[in-house]
Design a protein around this ligand. Structure first.
Ligand SMILES: NC(=O)c1ccc[n+]([C@@H]2O[C@H](COP(=O)([O-])OP(=O)(O)OC[C@H]3O[C@@H](n4cnc5c(N)ncnc54)[C@H](OP(=O)(O)O)[C@@H]3O)[C@@H](O)[C@H]2O)c1
Length: 351
């Protein structure tokens, strides 16, 4: 990436679902990007990054002239990167996080997400005034009042787990820093446009499992706010490059157009008849058969978030940086088609 004429955007989480697509979205706009990647050195960082980017339909080898990678770790001071790696940086997008919901990972989730925010602030303090800094949080920091469309001003409330609590804490660190860091909060992000079965099943593994369980304790009329990663990445890239931002906090979400769980089940069953047994029977209902209840247990961590039935208002984003998100009913069936029951089971029992 020699003789780059423009300011560089530093991106963390580039080997992940959202960070990888954000890097491609920026490069497609002609913006030079530097990724912070966990690796033993720059060569391995670059290799890991390119392996991830190649999975995307948005990837093209000519974009690599705008993309470089440095080895680093967001849990370390200054992300573990050298001062020289920051001299031409005028934007930062911090997308790295530990997104695990299993309690086994609680300690690591808290450490990664909270120290990442502290270190982002530290990095931000070294950048010239006016640099654009985006922190990627999650809409799930607020899950109440249930069954409503809530906007960015709603206070933290409702069901939370260690992951969403770590994001609340991280947001507080960002706000308390006094720096002009904007927080973006995607809702539930799905891997449309990424040719990778593992990324498809990172959330949607639950669908084939539900197909085995049959009756699931979810309200059919609960809204599920889903967005495809290509849409999320474009929105984040637009917020990053805009000359100025109206707000310091943005949902990246489907908002009022989010579908319900029942609508999603209907299109899934039409496209995948093997899922025909899925029947949302309402929250709190007990699954009778022991074997099916056992299968249901790993899904328990997700149920309170789904049954909260929140739509996350996206008016701010739509007035500044994006069109309406595409309907999940149009792309979720294709993603579910990438997941076998065997893969779903192994994802479910991952350590
Ligand atoms: N996916 C969603 O539905 C969703 C919804 C709302 C918000 N978000 C937020 O969006 C962001 C990205 O999520 P995602 O789904 O893209 O996550 P992901 O696919 O799990 O990727 C996580 C990324 O973070 C990196 N990372 C983790 N710990 C790190 C560390 N100590 N140092 C450097 N990099 C580290 C990972 O690198 P390695 O490859 O080295 O592990 C990976 O690149 C997160 O902040 C997440 O909370 C996601």
């Amino acid at each position: 990436m020699n003789n780059i004429p423009r300011d560089v955007t530093l991106v963390t989480g580039g080997t992940g679902l959202i960070g990888g697509e954000v890097i491609l979205a920026l490069a497609r706009c002609g913006e030079p990007v530097r990724a912070v990647v966990r690796a033993s050195g720059a060569a391995q960082a670059h290799e890991r990054l390119v392996t991830r980017l190649q999975k995307s339909e948005a990837y093209s080898p000519h974009l690599l002239r705008l993309i470089d990678a440095v080895a680093g770790d967001t849990t370390r001071p200054m992300f573990g990167i050298s001062d020289a790696s920051l001299t031409d940086v005028r934007r930062v997008i911090h997308a790295a996080a530990n997104t695990q919901f299993s309690r086994r990972h609680d300690e690591q989730v808290w450490k990664t997400n909270v120290s990442g925010a502290r270190n982002l602030v530290e990095v931000g303090r070294t950048l010239p005034r006016g640099s654009r800094i985006l922190f990627v949080s999650t809409a799930s920091v607020t899950t109440a009042p249930e069954r409503t469309c809530i906007d960015e001003e709603a206070p933290y409330a409702g069901h939370a787990n260690t992951y969403s609590r770590s994001k609340r804490r991280a947001e507080a660190i960002i706000r308390g820093s006094g720096l002009e860091i904007a927080i973006v909060r995607p809702s539930i992000v799905l891997s449309r446009g990424v040719r990778d079965r593992a990324m498809a099943r990172s959330i949607l593994w639950a669908v084939p499992i539900m197909g085995e369980v049959g009756e699931v304790p979810i309200d059919p009329d609960a809204c599920v706010d889903l967005v495809p990663v290509d849409y999320v990445a474009d929105a984040i890239a637009q917020l990053a490059v805009r000359a100025s931002l109206e707000h310091r906090l943005y949902h990246i979400s489907a908002g009022r157009d989010a579908c319900t769980f029942g609508e999603l089940c209907d299109v899934l069953i039409t496209r995948h008849p093997q899922l025909e047994r899925i029947r949302p029977i309402g929250r709190g209902r007990t699954i009778s058969d022991r074997a099916r209840a056992h299968l249901m247990r790993p899904l328990d961590a997700y149920l309170p978030f789904i049954n909260a039935g929140i739509r996350y208002a996206n008016d701010r984003l739509m007035s500044e940086a994006a069109a309406q998100a595409p309907s999940a009913l149009t792309y979720v069936p294709d993603l579910v088609g990438l997941i076998t029951i065997r893969e779903a089971l192994s994802e479910m029992y991952q350590p």
